[in-house]
Design a protein around this ligand. Structure first.
Ligand code: SF4
Ligand code: SF4
Length: 346
């Protein structure tokens, strides 16, 4: 058990993981449904969790609207690397006679929920595995944060029937989150409740972070269909202008309306095929995690960059440009009504 536990942690670190840990059914006990390892592998006993860093050099050009594509490329590549490491380790263990299941870093959804895949509930939550195994802490945002790379990481995991030795959760006094709330301030969708908290218990340990409001908020904004912050002063990389209501019940119809309109936007550079869309999606947000650097001064600098980065519009050739809020209003006024409607401008 000790040798195999050491081996799997060393395996993922040699492939590029900066943090790795092991959770077991005991250390996950009492957690939400997405901590049930047997959901993906009957007889599962343990999970190997790891984190890969995103390229910090691509983050500030992304937040300041100087370069969207370099961060998108890095993010997609790191997600693919996470899945690749998980697959290789799972296959290694299987060929040693230990049933194992690799996890995808993203975009695997449960179909047995009330609204099926639309709810975007993961088969297994990599966040919970990471926190229970000491890979990182929960920040107030609910994102997993790490002392070296903040929340700018991509998680990965392998579920196995092997009885591995668990690694303990990190000490709460070592969590750098100081409730600065810049994650909330940089979210145009209002996904994180400013007042209410959620508490999760795993292995007898309690973890608290801000309550996540409807996930449709993040799907709507992080999906790239809209992105103007309610202040009107800055946007994500999305050129969409569909309103972001306060009332949760309005999101479903707005999401459907904006997706229909999005189908008519010109193609942009880059992108990624998502299983629920007929055309590529583009990385336009992720602000809550990109802002959250371990050093408060860097967080503040990044927040300033974001909020001074302007408002994105899309040109007829598909390219994106960040303008001042006034410049963007003038740009939309110069368009015909049908084109304006396509971006949600009434
Ligand atoms: S941005 Fe601030 S409040 Fe949010 S998770 Fe990071 S440190 Fe915590
Ligand atoms: S990814 Fe964007 S929309 Fe989603 S919660 Fe983070 S900041 Fe908000």
């Amino acid at each position: 058990m000790e040798d195999l536990s050491r081996f799997v942690l060393d395996y993922v670190k040699k492939e590029g993981a900066v943090y790795a840990g092991i959770a077991t059914i005991e250390t996950l006990a009492g957690g939400p449904p997405s901590t049930d390892l047997t959901y993906v592998l009957p007889g599962a006993r343990s999970a190997i969790s790891f984190a890969l860093p995103l390229d910090q050099d691509c983050i500030e050009p992304f937040l300041s609207k100087r370069n969207r594509r370099s961060h998108e490329r890095d993010n997609l590549k790191t997600n693919a690397l996470s899945g690749g490491i998980s697959l290789h380790l799972a296959k290694y263990l299987e060929q040693k006679g230990i049933a194992s299941m690799p996890l995808c870093a993203n975009e695997v959804y449960r179909t047995d929920t009330e609204y099926g895949m639309l709810e975007m509930k993961p088969d297994i939550s990599l966040r919970y595995l990471a926190v229970a195994s000491g890979v990182g802490h929960f920040g107030l945002s609910g994102n997993v944060i790490t002392k070296g790379y903040g929340a700018a990481i991509i998680l990965g995991g392998v579920i196995t029937t092997a009885e591995l030795k668990p690694t303990p959760p990190l000490l709460s006094q070592d969590n750098y989150c100081d409730s600065c709330r810049l994650c909330m301030a940089s979210c145009a969708s209002g996904m994180m409740s400013p007042e209410e908290k959620t508490t999760v218990t795993m292995g007898g340990v309690k973890y608290t972070y801000s309550r996540r409001r409807s996930y449709l908020r993040c799907e709507y904004v992080c999906g790239g269909f809209t992105g103007l912050h309610p202040s009107g002063k800055w946007s994500t990389w999305s050129p969409g202008r569909f309103t972001i209501p306060d009332d949760e019940s309005e999101f479903r119809d707005l999401l459907i309306e904006s997706i229909k309109a999005y189908e008519k936007w010109p193609d942009m550079e880059g992108g990624h095929y998502h299983l629920m869309m007929g055309r590529p999606l583009y990385l336009t947000c992720g602000n809550c995690s990109l802002i959250c650097h371990p050093e408060k001064g860097v967080r503040k600098k990044r927040y300033k960059m974001l909020t001074e980065s302007g408002v994105v519009v899309q040109k007829p050739d598909g390219s994106l440009e960040a303008l001042s809020p006034e410049g963007a209003r003038d740009y939309f006024s110069s368009l015909d009504e049908e084109t304006r409607t396509r971006y949600g401008v009434k």
